[in-house]
Every structure is written in structure tokens, then in C-alpha cells.
Design a protein around this ligand. Structure first.
Ligand SMILES: [Zn+2]
Length: 77
């Protein structure tokens, strides 16, 4: 069985956040070195990113039906 996290929906989602969603809506600062933090919260994945310039925190909650998948994904980052 092949396991390539970049080809999974979650890997693609994280990639999207890492590349497209790092411009702060508060101050417009682009955190080029930044990345979203993925954390398992129950059956959900919560992505958080704090702007290094103004400190504004953003979060995306990804609802998953499978708790195990959520935990696994959070550990894989
Ligand atoms: Zn900011």
C-alpha cells in the first residue's frame, strides 16, 4: 500500500494553506516562512496560524467524520 501524504486531500489542503493563506487579513503581512499548525480536536482538525507581525490568529476547522484519521493527520505534520 502506498502512502503519500501529498496526494491525500489533507496533504493538499495543508499545502494550500501553506502557500495561499499566509497573508494576514489584519495587516497584510505575508508570512513567507510561516506554516499552519495542525491540531486534532476531537474528530476535527484545527489549523491555526498567528501573524508574526500583529499577532492576529486565524484558524480553520476541518471537520472529519473519522477520529482516527484526524489524530493520524495531526501527527503526520
Ligand atoms: Zn498581521
Amino acid at each position: 500500500m502506498l502512502s503519500n501524504s501529498n496526494s491525500s486531500p489533507f496533504g493538499r489542503l495543508k499545502e494550500y494553506y501553506d502557500h495561499e493563506e499566509l497573508v494576514c487579513p489584519e495587516c497584510g503581512f505575508e508570512d513567507e516562512e510561516g506554516a499552519w499548525d495542525a491540531e486534532a480536536d476531537g474528530a476535527d482538525i484545527v489549523y491555526t496560524h498567528a501573524c508574526p507581525k500583529c499577532g492576529a490568529e486565524r484558524r480553520h476547522r476541518l471537520e472529519l467524520s473519522d477520529h482516527e484519521t484526524a489524530l493520524k493527520h495531526a501527527r503526520e505534520r
